[in-house]
Design a protein around this ligand. Structure first.
Ligand code: AHR
Length: 544
């Protein structure tokens, strides 16, 4: 991975300052006991509900089948959107939804997805020729996109589930003018031809879409550009954008693939060639991070070493955030630009999806739920840096929250993590220390590796603290003692998510194999003791 002495220096400085607690957290104490120390008076930042965000792409079975079943469908729906999915999303609380891609975004012409649905063109989907989809009929919507789910359908879906829409614009294949026109179509209150067209399409009121992505993975599927080339294109796109309300629009450029620091450096330095004011036109820097791959086993079939190895990958997301953040500080010392973890999740190389057209889909296990817990807790601990994060993807794809195929539907273990963690929304993230010996494992390259055993986050709302954490060990329960500095814990309740094994999964046949249960909690002398089962995600609600 590209790196430089300078970014390394900043990383080390950060470790000794802002991230010191994280280092302490990963150090075993002498007696090998597990403890969590909370510091309710030391706040880091407010946890935005947007860090529990989502992502849907015209890819495989995400939109057609997953989200959209159509108005005439026998499958229960709200004006075409799958009812069971909408109902489940409503319980998670309001957040953000990114659409239409992913790589698909840079091939999408929004004008195909407006007007009467029977007049909309069918287009070859970006993913049409990808491996598994070749087994699917060319006429299937995953290959020949019918465009029945377009801008208005997406924005109505967001309203139904209470999500802020976040639209990713096509920078590779369409000019900046079409970007401006898409904004006009969505946001103009009236007086423009595009607002009149929107009204004629059944939506007279403007949608006021605030979050706009400009291209996606422009280093790869989004145009194979250099970061400098991309920066020039980005500036063109955001140079003049119509503003239709007092609400400031928020632009999100295509950021790096994982630890590609060269991309971050190239973009920011090229932007600054036009002066520091340019950074005022960037709200969030979109980082993509997937874990998984060779040596991590299959989605359902993996051993304990592969389990721990995948979780070690997932835990690298903290390094990713702090290292890009410190590099960004060289160009933006006041940190006007925040981090958007635009796509994240565990991506398994096999497919255990229930249908052939569910490209990149797999049945999800308790291991994936631990990836979700590790990732969301990291975003909370870095509430000062991470403004938004979108799990990839909502349904039938990668780190999915739902499996849906025709009339069959179930929630995955990861869904339950999002549900348990929603109490963090708008809470003040507080400093924490997590102390437990690390787990050792045999890595794919036959080298011994270690992974954090106990990791989590805590937020405070007045006198209530929500504490969430994972016990990553595939085999051993972990007794944990919890204290709050300068405060006494007077009451506590607990919820735990665990399966009968790490491979435990929810399927259409066993939809409740993994679901949250009450966790026994002992409160004594101002502290709390719990026993976290192997491979579990825990939530405690503490009165201090
Ligand atoms: O989420 C699947 C794909 O992964 C997205 O389309 C792309 O942005 C990323 O490479």
């Amino acid at each position: 991975m590209p790196d430089s002495a300078s970014s390394r220096r900043h990383f080390l400085q950060a470790l000794s300052a802002a991230s010191l607690y994280a280092t302490a957290a990963r150090t075993a104490n002498a007696a090998g006991e597990a403890s969590i120390n909370l510091f309710p008076a030391e706040t880091i930042g407010t946890v935005s509900p947007l860090v529990h965000g989502h992502f849907i792409e015209h890819l495989g079975g995400v939109i057609y089948d997953g989200v959209w079943v159509g108005e005439g469908s026998k499958i229960p729906n709200y004006n075409g959107a799958r009812k069971s999915l909408v109902d489940a999303m409503r319980t998670l609380g309001p957040t953000v939804m990114r659409w239409p891609g992913g790589c698909f975004a840079d091939s999408y012409d929004w004008r195909d997805g407006i007007g009467p649905s029977n007049t909309r063109p069918k287009r070859t989907n970006f993913w049409a020729n990808n491996g598994r989809l070749r087994k699917v009929d060319q006429k299937h919507p995953s290959r020949s996109d019918p465009n029945t789910f377009g801008t208005i359908e997406f924005l109505r879906f967001c309203k139904l589930i209470g999500a802020e829409p976040y639209i990713a614009a096509n920078l590779r294949a369409l000019p900046a003018q079409t970007f401006v026109e898409w904004i006009d179509y969505c946001n103009s209150p009236g007086g423009t031809t595009l607002a009149e067209r929107r009204a004629a399409h059944g939506a007279p009121e403007p949608f006021n879409v605030r979050y706009w992505g400009v291209g996606n993975e422009s280093w790869g599927c989004g145009g194979n550009m250099t970061s400098e080339e991309y920066s020039v294109e980005y500036r063109k796109f955001i140079s003049w954008v119509p503003q239709y309300s007092d609400q400031q629009m928020r632009f999100i450029p295509a950021g790096p693939n994982s630890f590609d620091f060269k991309w971050t450096r190239g973009f920011f330095s090229k932007m600054l060639e036009k002066g520091p004011g340019m950074l005022g036109r960037v709200w969030g820097w979109a980082v993509h991070y997937y874990c998984g791959g060779v040596g991590r086993g299959d989605s359902l079939n993996f051993n304990n070493d592969q389990h721990h190895s995948l979780l070690a990958d997932a835990d690298r997301i903290e390094d990713l955030i702090t290292r890009h953040w410190n590099l960004m500080a060289e160009y933006d010392p006041q940190h006007r630009v925040k981090i958007v973890v635009d796509e994240w999740g565990a991506w398994h190389s096999d497919s255990t999806a229930p249908a052939n057209h569910h490209l990149f889909g797999s049945v999800q296990t308790m291991r994936d739920a631990l990836v979700a817990g590790i990732s969301l807790d990291t975003f909370h601990r870095h509430a000062d840096k991470v403004a938004m994060a979108n799990v990839a993807q909502l349904v039938n794809c990668i780190q999915t929250l739902f499996l849906a195929d025709e009339d069959k539907f179930c929630v995955t273990p990861s869904y339950h993590v999002f549900d348990m963690y929603k109490d963090h929304h708008n809470g003040e993230s507080i400093r924490t220390e997590f102390n437990a010996p690390r787990v050792t494992f045999q890595g794919a390259d036959n080298k011994a590796g270690t992974v954090v055993r106990l990791a989590g986050s805590a937020t405070r709302k007045d006198k209530t603290v929500t504490l969430t954490f994972v016990n990553t060990s595939a085999t051993d329960a972990l007794p944990v003692n919890i204290n709050a500095a300068g405060a006494s814990i007077s009451q506590a309740t607990g919820v735990v998510l665990a399966g009968d094994k790490v491979q435990a999964a929810n399927t259409f046949a066993t939809p409740e194999a993994v679901k949250p249960k009450t966790l026994e909690v002992k409160v004594a002398g101002g502290s709390v003791q719990v026993n976290a089962p192997p491979a579990s995600v825990v939530k405690l609600t503490l009165a201090i």
